[in-house]
Design a protein around this ligand. Structure first.
Ligand code: NI
Length: 185
């Protein structure tokens, strides 16, 4: 397996709509290798999700995970999900309610911001072998799926921030923005 280079904000591949994968593409060894390399790259970078455009492949494919007992994401009470590939995903249902939470992105190192996302959703996709999947998600995992889906549509999380003053470096975010949010809730 290989660690892949990660595209950074400003590169055009991150700002365009990615293409659907055909059935033939899904079955080809290159895509299977890409999925393995994306998982390895995501884990190496300590991320919880990675989308194909982030490794310069403009295809509708992302990996999402929910690591167990991850202090960094404050995931108490959420069931863990191993790194899973989702191909040609679509949201088929979502809550009206949204919730603000912090996000970061491997393509925007050291930066965080508060982003509103739907609290619950249902997503249909294909698994890495082309088998249909239907999953329900809420909380932080629903947030991860929305963040990764945005990558497939050429949208980066700062474009979703409502209060641009929350766009911060990681250290200042933890020290000031999160402290302020916790005070408000
Ligand atoms: Ni991202």
């Amino acid at each position: 397996m290989t660690l892949l280079k990660i595209a950074r904000m400003g590169h055009p591949v991150l700002h365009q709509r990615a293409e659907e994968l055909s059935e033939e593409e899904i079955q080809c060894p290159e895509i299977q290798r890409l999925i393995d390399d994306m998982i390895e790259t995501m884990e190496d970078a300590d991320g919880v999700g990675i989308a194909a455009p982030q490794v310069f492949v403009s295809k509708r494919l992302f990996i999402a995970s929910l690591p167990p007992d991850n202090d960094r994401y404050d995931l108490v009470g959420e069931a863990d999900v191993p790194p899973t590939a989702f191909l040609n995903p679509t949201f088929v249902e979502h809550s009206k309610a949204t919730e603000e939470g912090f996000e970061g992105c491997l393509s925007i190192p050291s930066i965080r911001g508060l982003v509103p996302r739907w609290t619950e959703l249902r997503m249909e996709a294909l698994d890495r072998h082309g088998k249909p999947l239907s999953i329900k998600a809420d909380g932080f995992f629903a947030r991860v799926l929305q963040h990764e889906m945005d990558h497939l549509d050429g949208i980066l999380f700062p474009e979703r921030i409502e209060d641009m003053r929350t766009l911060s470096f990681e250290e200042e975010f933890d020290r000031y923005v999160m402290a302020d949010l916790q005070q408000r809730t």
